[in-house]
Design a protein around this ligand. Structure first.
Ligand code: PMP
Length: 384
């Protein structure tokens, strides 16, 4: 089976697996405990914080460990909303966001917050001027993702950040950086980002730990209350093995970013070129997108049916993002780009990483051709 689902979960580095095991065996003490073993666990968490901070060019005190990027996004949005409610009750985000951002906004909307959802253009790119035009005096936060998890488009964060801050300097700017980190440069200062979420398991780290950068001076209302962990912003005993192993993955994937990019772009471009030659497919991602995500639709054919067929042929792919793959409705992201419901139902996401080769792409191309033939026969030769 060839695995084409790196954007959902990337296989961990061997060093990450070893670190997890080693820490679980040797450093199981609670980092809050005052004995030597606890202090050592605390030292490991501090060191991990320094490593993660260095990887994105911020101060260690600005890094918060969570359970994953879903929690980081929830905390960034709801934590800022609760903290700064006195400034207003308005947020701006986009139609492209991951459910952890989108649903957080909808939850606030149900509680009386006003949310402006900005639609992207037909290529899946948000117009910075449209974001800025939505910012008002009472806008507490703007949240825009770096790379879309479904189609891989890259948002113009520099322009968005600059326009948002000139529209209202007090409005916070949150970036969901999950699919961009390790593939594209992270420029928090250039983007003028106040909050930035990162998920180690997407960059060959473990599950169970996430990161949230919180710029010095920005306050958040905690969502998890209890002990004084993470400066009181996120109560709960630290997941030391996942945190330490995450720091390893974040460092390694940050250092290997350019090399990975150079390796993946020719693979992606070859696949894009192949897909554009198949008349049944509509390609939804482009060469300006992230190097690891390719997305196409087979209008009229459910993505799940195509994905199952590809699995029979030895290819593990996703229909959209793993978090939405069980939904039967058309993709919200594709609909927001103006795609028809037929196109939005039939999405396939192929995402790859350092282990893939041109031979793998050749095998995938053959499987795609066979899948189309088989499905056409099964559907009575009509692509309904
Ligand atoms: N944001 C984006 C863009 C994602 O792709 C994901 C993972 N599907 C998340 C947030 C949530 O990350 P996690 O799996 O760490 O909760």
């Amino acid at each position: 089976m060839l695995y084409w689902d790196y954007a959902a979960a990337a296989p961990p580095y061997e060093e990450v697996v070893q670190t997890m095991e080693q820490i679980m065996k040797l450093h199981y003490a609670n980092p809050s405990s005052l004995h030597k073993a606890g202090m050592e666990a605390g030292r490991l968490v501090r060191r991990a914080r320094e490593v993660c901070a260095a990887a994105i060019g911020v101060k260690p005190e600005e890094i918060l460990f969570t359970s994953g990027a879903t929690e980081s996004n929830n905390l960034a949005i709801k934590g800022a909303a609760l903290q700064y409610e006195s400034r207003g009750r308005h947020l701006v985000t986009t139609e492209l966001e991951h459910p952890s951002v989108y649903e957080s906004c909808l939850q606030l909307q149900q509680r009386g917050w006003e949310i402006t959802f900005i639609a992207p253009d037909a290529n899946g790119i948000v117009n910075p001027a449209a974001v800025a035009a939505a910012v008002r005096k009472d806008t507490v936060l703007v949240s825009v993702m770096h790379v879309n998890n479904e189609i891989g488009t890259v948002q113009p964060l520099k322009e968005i950040g600059a326009l948002v801050k000139s529209a209202n300097p007090r409005t916070l700017f949150h970036v969901d950086g999950v699919q961009g980190f390790g593939k594209l440069p992270v420029e928090l200062n250039v983007w003028k980002a106040d909050l930035y979420s990162l998920s180690p398991h997407k960059v060959r780290g473990p599950r169970g730990a996430g990161l949230l950068y919180v710029k010095e001076g920005v306050a958040l209302a905690p969502l998890l209350t209890g002990g004084s962990h993470e400066e009181g912003l996120r109560a709960g005993t630290e997941n030391v093995p996942a945190i330490v192993a995450s720091a390893k993955a974040v460092r390694m994937s940050g250092e290997g970013r350019q090399q990975l990019y150079d390796q993946l772009v020719p693979l992606r471009d070859r696949l894009l070129h192949f897909l554009s030659g198949i008349p049944e497919f509509v390609v939804n991602s482009g060469e300006e997108g992230a190097p690891h995500i390719v997305h196409f639709s087979y209008p009229g054919m459910k993505g799940e049916v195509m994905a199952r067929k590809l699995e029979e042929l030895g290819m593990a792919v996703s229909t959209r993002s793993a978090c939405s793959s069980r939904l039967a409705e058309p993709s919200r992201v594709l609909l927001s780009m103006g795609r028809s419901a037929r196109e939005a139902l039939g999405g396939i996401r192929i995402s790859f990483g350092d282990k893939h080769t041109f031979e793998d792409i050749t095998a995938l191309e053959k499987a795609l051709i066979k899948a189309v033939q088989d499905l056409k026969i099964a559907e009575g030769g009509v692509n309904k």
